[in-house]
Ligand binder design. Structure first.
Ligand code: C2E
Ligand code: MG
Ligand code: MG
Length: 543
């Protein structure tokens, strides 16, 4: 038997394959079945075969193949296309019988059975094939996958009490619900009596992100499985325990993730059932912490806990030309939480949208207020906008509406984008920037030098400013590479007709060095740490 992917590349062969053809698994992997070609059939023969497979999903017939030894032999061959839920071919399974030695044949027919009879779901054997494929893809793409082992709580008792016919019905409904929870490309298999597996592949490359996704799926499954089951005339409740194991770049055997998921599943049982556990206790902790923080973030949004702090942007002559608004979260339990800690989570959960709107609104209100105060009216306010926020289809409208509602002067608003915003949907990015630029809003690229902007691309953007990332400023006096990059950014800004500002300037020597390079705008602790509004205003009016 052999299994190929949709491109006919051999993924798996069994022992009998090797016995018949003489090719070991290693020699067959990555090749197509043409490896066995005898040369006795013409192109039309193979074309007809593929046509039949395309039309009906299978082909049966007799064919001449060649062993590794060179010997040509007759075989009876069955090819079947394996399709996913959407009807797309994911594999081909070839099963063949050496007609010169028919004895080996019986065993092969058995291995054709890839689905579980009771539920119609893929069985353990099929799961292992898909798991292997998922693991190869994970290793290759450096993306994580997850295996969720779902085990019905107290199934044995239920089965005994209900009778086996009802028990079978329960298993069927259980399988249906699991399938309903799975998305396209996610495999649900029944691997044992009351054990099911959900296989998630091609998740994020970060383990934490992948774990968060797996946990969301597992929770969705737990909630779905908890609903009562209609068996005949009665409603039955039952729950399940889920063990989650990740697999990733590491090369390992297919049984390893399954073993880990099983251990985790026993942990879940030990924790009172109807729950999920990760194999890795540290992962469990990290996921718990993220879940707790997400809940706290939601609360913070609802109860308006965020504040803005302001950090001065200073020109050569020591004049304060503007500020950067920096988000602060004074959490009752955690103290002042740094945006570096919660912005990534806010982005992953979509909470960045309400948060970002709040920041924009608060910054614009501040602008409008300063416009009426002497000594403050000239200040610009730079606002950080994350990729997700910027890529919202109504971002431009949101900014314009906020400006109009607050009465802020658009020419005093500057939007800081990171290079990561600029890499996707080039035309859309340019259109949005132009629309806002047309109303007077300015744009700066934050953390410049850490991303991958191409020069030709930068030229097309209606930018005002590049902001040299603080990572290059820190060691600018000792690390010649950092100094070279800073010098390059200044030159680039000059040639593009843009202003340039350095962030994270902490010492006078750093400032003087930057001035020597031609950078005359700074932000950093040398001048002022980010301050709450009252202190900031006092600071500006004192200078
Ligand atoms: P950023 O926009 O690059 O902001 C600069 C960070 O450097 C700020 O950290 C600031 O407090 C810090 N900093 C300023 N001067 C110095 C200095 O001299 N030395 C050192 N070591 N650090 C300095 P913060 O406030 O913790 O913000 C971190 C990041 O969080 C920001 O980096 C920005 O990417 C993000 N962020 C902050 N506020 C918002 C917001 O309202 N929306 C979004 N989407 N992101 C925000
Ligand atoms: Mg910034
Ligand atoms: Mg920055």
């Amino acid at each position: 038997m052999f299994i190929t992917n949709a491109e006919s590349v051999i993924l798996q062969v069994n022992k009998a394959f090797t016995e018949i053809t003489g090719y070991t698994a290693e020699q067959a992997f990555g090749k197509t079945p043409r490896l066995l070609g005898s040369g006795r059939h013409d192109a039309a023969f193979y074309a007809a075969m593929w046509q039949a497979i395309k039309r009906t999903g299978e082909w049966h017939g007799e064919i001449w193949n060649r062993r590794k030894t060179g010997e040509v032999y007759p075989e009876s061959l069955d090819i079947s296309a394996v399709r996913n839920q959407d009807g797309a071919v994911t594999h081909y399974v070839g099963s063949f019988r050496d007609l010169t030695a028919t004895k080996a044949a019986e065993e092969q027919i058995e291995s054709l059975a890839f689905s579980d009879l009771l539920t119609g779901l893929p069985n353990r054997r099929m799961l292992m094939v898909q798991l292997q494929q998922g693991m190869i893809a994970s290793e290759h793409d450096k993306r994580q996958g997850a295996l969720l082992l779902v085990d019905i709580d107290n199934f044995k008792d239920l089965n005994d009490a209900l009778g086996h016919d009802q028990g079978d019905l329960l298993l069927q409904q259980f399988g249906e619900r699991l399938s309903a929870c799975a998305k396209e490309g996610e495999t649900v298999a029944r691997v044992g009596g009351d054990e099911f597996v959900v296989l998630l592949t091609q998740l994020a490359s970060s383990s934490l992100e992948a774990a968060m996704y797996a946990e969301t799926v597992a929770n969705r499954i737990l909630a779905a499985l908890r609903q009562p089951y209609r068996l005949g005339a009665s409603d039955i409740s039952c729950s399940a325990s889920i063990g989650v194991a990740l697999f990733g770049a590491r090369h390992e055997d297919t049984v390893e993730p399954l073993k880990r998921a099983e251990l985790a599943m026993y942990e879940a049982k030990a924790h009172g059932r109807n729950t999920l556990r990760f194999y890795d206790p540290q992962m469990q902790e990290a996921v718990n912490a993220r879940v707790a923080m997400e809940a706290a973030l939601r609360q913070a949004i609802e109860t308006h806990q965020f504040v803005l702090h302001y950090q001065a942007q200073v020109s050569d002559q020591g004049r304060i030309t503007g500020v950067e608004a920096l988000l602060r979260w004074p959490d009752p339990k955690r103290g002042m939480v740094s945006p570096a800690e919660f912005i990534p989570l806010a982005e992953a959960t979509g909470l960045i949208l309400p948060i970002g709107n709040w920041v924009l609104e608060a910054a614009c209100k501040q602008l409008a207020q300063w416009a009426r105060q002497s000594g403050l009216a000239h200040l610009t306010v730079a606002v950080n906008v994350s990729a997700k926020q910027f890529h919202q289809s109504d971002f431009v409208d949101q900014v314009l509406i906020t400006l109009a509602r607050t009465g802020a002067n658009p020419t005093r608003l500057k939007i800081e984008l990171t290079e990561s915003v600029l890499v996707a949907n080039v035309e859309d990015v340019i259109a949005k920037m132009n629309a806002l630029k047309g109303r007077g809003v300015g744009f700066s690229i934050d953390d410049f030098g850490t991303g991958y902007s191409s020069l030709s691309y930068l030229k097309r953007l209606p930018l005002d400013q590049l902001k040299i990332d603080q990572g290059f400023i820190r060691d600018i006096l000792i690390d010649p590479n950092d100094a070279a990059i800073a010098r390059m950014v200044v030159a680039l800004a000059e040639s593009l007709g843009l202003a340039v500002i350095a962030e994270g300037v902490e010492t006078e020597v750093q400032r003087d060095f930057l001035a020597g390079l031609g950078c005359h705008n700074y932000q950093g602790y040398l001048f002022q740490k980010p301050l709450p509004i009252a202190e900031f205003e006092a600071f500006v009016l004192r200078v």
